[in-house]
Design a protein around this ligand. Structure first.
Ligand code: PGA
Length: 249
């Protein structure tokens, strides 16, 4: 049984005070259901959120990690540093990191291995095609290739622990959501690709989220698609009420 996961991605929004205010407000309206909720926040807000959400069932995630254990990597944060403060999830390979910070399929793979092999943090692997690739009809080829490279040298056991977020780049922060059928078709394709690389058991285990302009008014339609097990929510996760409406879809 896959438990759906709705994760907020705050990106570079909310200072410490705002994060704590969100946590207080969200805890008041959050009801523990059979859907998991988590907030992926800037590094400096993680510790406060872990403490504030302790015992509530609400998870906390980072938005990036380095793949080495430690070393001369100015500005980076390691997986064990995240684990030490009690982080549950870590986004890996978000399109904004691929686009602006030189994230590659290779570094994505190294980060997945690091998280899966040395911590109990669940990676949220982001994949998705850009507008040009979609217009050229390349979307299935693009995500299959991203998946194959991300999974390089990962065992079926390791791959089965992943959350995969299908986020078409053209739908992120643009207000343009993929039609539920389009999103559902791509998530089904992703599950099929996981089956082709590994086996049926592994593809049945992975949680597949859709991300890209998910809002309270489109969440139900998206979440009702059979192969979609959750959402990665940017803008709408900044408001406790909007985020709760999505969690309650
Ligand atoms: P959005 O962002 O919901 O604001 O489109 C989604 C994401 O980048 O994960």
């Amino acid at each position: 049984m896959r438990i759906p996961l709705i994760a907020g991605n705050w990106k570079m929004y909310k200072n410490r005070k705002e994060a704590c205010e969100f946590a207080e407000a969200f805890k008041k309206i959050y009801r523990d259901t059979d859907i998991r909720a988590a907030i992926c926040a800037p590094f400096t807000q993680l510790d406060d959120l872990v403490k504030s959400f302790a015992g509530t069932g609400i998870g906390v995630g980072a938005q990036n990690v380095h793949f080495e254990e430690e070393g001369a990597f100015t500005g980076e944060i390691s997986a064990s540093m995240l684990e030490e403060i009690g982080v549950d999830y870590c986004i890996v390979g978000h399109s904004e990191r691929r686009q602006y910070f030189g994230e590659t399929d290779k570094t994505v793979n190294l980060k997945l291995k690091k998280l899966l092999r040395s911590t109990s943090i669940t990676p949220i692997l982001c994949i998705g095609e850009d507008l040009r690739q979609r217009e050229e009809g390349q979307e299935k080829k693009v995500v299959a290739s991203q998946l194959e490279k991300a999974f390089s040298e990962l065992s079926a056991e390791e791959a089965g622990k992943l959350v995969i977020a299908y986020e078409p780049v053209w739908a992120i922060g643009t207000g343009k959501t993929a039609a539920p059928e389009q999103a559902g078709e791509m998530c089904a394709w992703i599950r099929k690709t996981v089956e082709n690389i590994y086996d049926e058991e592994t593809c049945d285990r992975v949680i597949i989220q859709y991300g890209g302009s998910v809002k309270p008014d489109n969440a139900t339609e998206i979440m009702n698609m059979p192969e979609i097990d959750g959402a990665l929510v940017g803008g709408a996760s900044l408001s406790p009420d909007q985020f709760m409406e999505i969690v309650n879809f």
